[in-house]
Design a binder for this molecule. Structure first.
Ligand SMILES: [Zn+2]
Length: 238
């Protein structure tokens, strides 16, 4: 049984900086952070993302230099988001071994081999309708999208990505990607699924960054938006 006050006095271990750092259980350092980067093909200059001041789209031609700069700043991990100029109905550029997903991973690993490269794994930046998978009428075809997620994951792993990070919010995506990676000989490639995703306006700036041209909405696959009305009572004025 854990002891309680007054036997337990956690303040005892926080009385000065040395004691505090010796016994501190939770630390938050650069080891815990991943820098998301937005890489656009076929452009020459950095493009500011208006809704996220200070954040830019990186031209593919300047990606290697940026990765070296981040490494010098102590950053150990990046997540790549591509801004594609090769859109189609399936997002097939993502599994093309000469496509943007593969090129980003290869450029990052060539520039700084010890940089951990996480490859965002989705289709909304590569489809002409902006959905995160293959469309059937107005609905996303979950299972066909799983197959394509596997293809994209294998292409990224082959190009050097350390971690596959699916954000498509498809049912069964981790299992499908694990199977595809293992069958292609990439059993050491890790998967980090985004655990939750909301149909929220708060994603607006991120969509601007990724150049996503969504027609319709994503309400069939992510979670409900974070509606204040569900947790906050607004009492009308008298
Ligand atoms: Zn997506």
């Amino acid at each position: 049984m854990s002891s309680q006050f007054p036997e337990a006095r956690p303040r005892r271990l926080r009385r000065n900086a040395s004691l505090r750092s010796l016994f501190q259980e939770t630390e938050f350092t650069l080891n815990d952070l991943v820098l998301p980067i937005f890489v656009e093909e076929e452009i020459d200059d950095f493009v500011p993302i208006k809704s996220m001041p200070g954040v830019v789209r990186i031209p593919e031609s300047k990606l290697a230099g940026e990765i070296e700069r981040y490494a010098r700043a102590g950053i150990k991990s990046v997540m790549t988001f591509g801004v594609s100029h090769h859109l189609d109905s399936d997002g097939s550029d993502t599994w093309n071994e000469r496509g943007l997903v593969s090129r980003m991973a290869a450029i990052c690993k060539d520039a700084v081999p010890e940089m951990i490269v996480m490859s965002d794994t989705c289709f909304c930046e590569y489809t002409d309708h902006g959905h995160c998978g293959v469309l059937h009428g107005h609905e996303v075809d979950n299972d066909l999208t799983l197959f394509n997620l596997g293809r994209q994951a294998v292409a990224a792993a082959r190009a050097g990505a350390d971690v596959i990070a699916p954000s498509a919010a498809m049912d069964g995506q981790v299992q499908a990607i694990r199977k595809a990676l293992d069958e292609a000989g990439f059993s050491q490639t890790a998967i980090m699924a985004y655990s939750t995703k909301f149909a929220s306006a708060l994603y607006g700036p991120f969509r601007e960054a990724g150049g996503s041209a969504l027609k319709g909405d994503r309400k069939s696959y992510p979670d409900e938006p974070d509606e204040p009305s569900r947790s906050v009572a607004r009492i009308p004025a008298r």
